[in-house]
Design a protein around this ligand. Structure first.
Ligand SMILES: Cc1ncc(COP(=O)(O)O)c(C=O)c1O
Length: 483
């Protein structure tokens, strides 16, 4: 590589925003080493960039991108492929799915987006201590680990699952995954084929629906009410698996009663189907008695249990766990090994030490109390602002509530979200989570999924105040409104 090529590559990168204004470039010695060229070659390229005003050279220090260079021009760094994009059938299916939402932090004053947690709830000190301890273990091992995950964490979870969920399993049945989502992806790839059908709740958790559909299999939506999936409607449906959220149906929040749980398991037995039990937020239960997980109610090996720390510690840690039937242990371990060898070990060891010390469960008790307060505030503020003009579903558990506006027709939903956004408030509709979009009659009102775990008490109160004002504005503008 010559000086000219180095100059051109760096110039492109500076213009493309790889190196921002004021940031440092590599030292000439370091870059020469990396590229296997002489230091003089790099120096010549740097001199040219300096002469053209792209960088500022500094005696004895790494050059910086010139401060006079304002705002990088966004340009494509790589050539666009000429000709058709050559994707597998799987790739083509993914390409056809709707794009993912914007994860960048937004400027909204209050956002009832579901899924985020409050930074102040994170037990930073004990997590840091547990991570330090995990990193300080001697002798230091720099080797691949078991694809099923750290033995220590699986042991800690085995005890935790029994204490928290009365779930008993062997150590070998537990597989640590990078969040529930990887668990769902492994289930989809291992258990369904393109011609298969899978049963899904309607409305449902889209990330599960999409991952099963990405295999080419077809969803069979089964309606949901305040008791979760209406399992009486399963009779006559043949499918390879069913995905359910029985502890707290997402998004409507129903807790599946015991009779339905048995009905679902009976269906699975009859159809030789697997049931994926997504127990994503079962740590949060308010004023209701626990119902045993599906996993504890059967002994036919039909249930695959899925848990996560995304609702208790952080969705950014990416730690979840599968409990699979014994005959699936090996194939799941192989799939996990092919996907990414195994999940990062230090984080797993840190979580294990948190669970062993009792710190995890005391943290869960603390966040349950804090989220209980947020929930009370939200329900109280909604009641105060809307009275019986709204119907709230699913607030007995979890970290969100489904809120229906009885006197706001569904035709107003986009207007509501947009008006709220203009007022600095983030609202999220239930309707896109329904499979039966064409049959619109069944959702005639505006419905919102209102997540509260990331908000302060003050933000929740403020958010509902803004919501009240925005709803009022919309109602006043509705035809036939007297005001
Ligand atoms: C139904 C459901 N399952 C699982 C999860 C958590 O996913 P993960 O563990 O991949 O963060 C969520 C998060 O929003 C969810 O709503």
């Amino acid at each position: 590589m010559g000086a000219r090529q180095i100059y051109e590559a760096l110039r492109e990168q500076i213009l493309g925003g790889v190196y921002e204004t004021g940031s440092q470039l590599p030292s000439s010695r370091g870059l020469a080493n990396d590229l296997g060229v002489s230091r003089t070659t790099v120096t010549v390229a740097y001199e040219q960039l300096t002469a053209e005003g792209f960088i500022e050279a500094r005696q004895g220090a790494r050059p910086r991108v010139a401060s006079s260079l304002i705002g990088p021009e966004t340009r494509r760094m790589s050539a666009k492929r000429v000709g058709p994009v050559l994707l597998s059938a799987y790739g083509r299916r993914l390409r056809a799915t709707p794009p993912w939402p914007d994860y960048l932090p937004n400027a909204l004053k209050v956002d009832f987006r579901y899924g985020d947690l409050a930074p102040s709830d994170f037990p930073a000190l004990i997590w840091k201590r547990a991570m330090n301890e995990a990193m300080a273990q001697r002798p230091l091992r720099l080797a691949y680990d078991d694809p099923r995950g750290s033995r220590r964490l699986r042991q800690a979870l085995q005890g935790y699952l029994w204490r928290a969920r009365t779930l008993s399993c062997d150590l070998e049945q537990i597989i640590i995954v990078n969040g529930s989502q990887q668990g769902l992806d492994l289930c989809a790839r291992l258990l369904v084929d393109p011609a298969d059908r899978f049963v899904i709740e309607d409305p449902c958790y889209r990330m599960a629906r999409q991952v099963f559909a990405s295999t080419g299999a077809s969803p069979v939506p089964v309606p949901v009410d305040e008791g979760g999936m209406k399992t009486e409607l399963l009779a006559g449906i043949g499918a390879k698996l069913a995905y359910v959220t029985p502890s707290h149906q997402f998004p409507l929040g129903g807790v599946m009663p015991i009779a339905r749980r048995h009905q679902l398991l009976e269906w699975a037995r009859h159809n030789d189907a697997y049931v994926i039990e997504d127990d994503y937020d079962s740590e949060y239960r308010y004023d209701i008695n626990p119902v045993p997980p599906l996993h504890s109610l059967e002994d036919h090996g039909a249930v695959i249990y899925l848990g996560t720390i995304s609702k208790t510690l952080s969705p950014m840690r990416r730690i979840g766990y599968l409990v699979v039937p014994p005959e699936l242990q090996e194939v799941f371990a192989t799939a996990k090994q092919f996907a990414d060898r195994h999940s990062p070990v230090a984080e797993q060891e840190a979580l294990a030490s948190l669970i062993e010390s009792g710190g995890y469960e005391s943290h869960v008790r603390r966040v349950r109390r804090l989220n209980g307060e947020r929930r009370e505030t939200l329900l109280g503020a909604l009641r105060h602002s809307f009275g019986d003009r709204i119907a709230v579903q699913g607030a007995d558990a979890g970290l969100h509530a489904a809120v229906w506006f009885n006197d706001l027709p569904r035709s107003q939903e986009t207007a509501l979200v947009e008006a709220a956004r203009r007022a600095g408030l983030g609202l999220h509709l239930i309707s896109p989570l329904y499979e039966r979009q064409s049959d619109e009659g069944h959702i005639d009102r505006v419905g919102l999924v209102m997540g509260y775990a990331a908000l302060s008490i003050r933000q929740i109160e403020k958010g509902v105040e803004v919501l009240r004002a925005v709803v009022k504005q919309l109602q006043d503008a509705l035809p036939g409104h007297g005001g």
